[in-house]
Design a protein around this ligand. Structure first.
Ligand code: TYD
Length: 215
């Protein structure tokens, strides 16, 4: 079973990943949680380049770096884990590339589909939970967590986060479009709900989609 979480930065994905991991582990599943980009030595190095580097990166360069990081993670970690029966939960996968590099940066979606398929060796998530939040609310949430006043210091933002509100608006719309295009596996959830309520909805959807898995 391969479960992914998506949504713009600050939507609360990592909290839900942790809660789901705990829940599934208690139910007796062996669970591996991962976050993208990263997860292998090479992929973590690419992550540093993408997020903390102060250098400009072209949109195509950015796309290929995220994809290179993903190929490392899929081949070395995700595929072997799934083959040995482990449930993998990933905090972001190729839908992030479609939303951020496709809708956000404006790279051709047809080209993206091809690159996503190469980088994942054709692997698709069984189910994807996307937490929907407006960029403004996400920013407020992010900085209130860090207890930084709302007149925040821009140097606190990583390279992607410095892309501006209009960029995040396009990314959010990209996710909403993905939810329409990928109805089979995409579950859109309102990130404005209470953490516990979102967790309950996730458990309900998993049980409804995969009753055998939850018996
Ligand atoms: P991260 O610190 O993991 O943020 P978050 O907690 O929001 O997941 O940073 C990952 C950043 O990289 C985030 O801004 C989304 C972006 N990203 C892409 O632009 N394309 C991708 O394919 C992936 C995986 C992430």
């Amino acid at each position: 079973m391969f479960i992914t979480f998506e949504g713009i930065d600050g939507a609360g994905k990592s909290t839900q990943v942790k809660k789901l991991r705990k829940y599934l582990t208690e139910k007796g599943h062996e669970v591996l949680t991962l976050r993208e980009p990263g997860g292998t030595v090479v992929a973590e190095n690419i992550r540093d380049l993408l997020l903390t580097s102060k250098h400009d990166i072209t949109p195509i360069g950015e796309l290929l770096l995220f994809s290179a990081s993903r190929a490392e993670l899929v081949q070395n970690v995700i595929l072997p884990a799934i083959e040995s029966g482990i449930t993998v939960i990933a905090d972001r996968f190729y839908d992030s590339t479609t939303a951020y590099q496709g809708y956000g940066r404006g790279i051709d979606l047809q080209l993206l589909r091809q690159i996503n398929s190469i980088a994942t060796f054709g692997l698709e998530p069984d189910i994807t939970f996307c937490l929907d939040i407006s960029p403004e609310d996400a920013l407020i949430r992010k900085f209130s967590e860090k207890s930084i006043p709302l007149a925040f210091d821009e140097s606190e933002l990583d390279r992607m986060e410095s892309s501006g509100l209009a960029f995040y608006q396009r990314v959010r719309e990209g996710y909403l479009k993905l939810a329409e295009d990928e109805k089979r596996r995409f579950v859109m959830l309102d990130a404005g709900n209470k953490t516990e309520h979102i967790h309950d909805l996730i458990k309900q959807r998993l049980a409804a989609f995969y009753p055998d898995f939850f018996r």
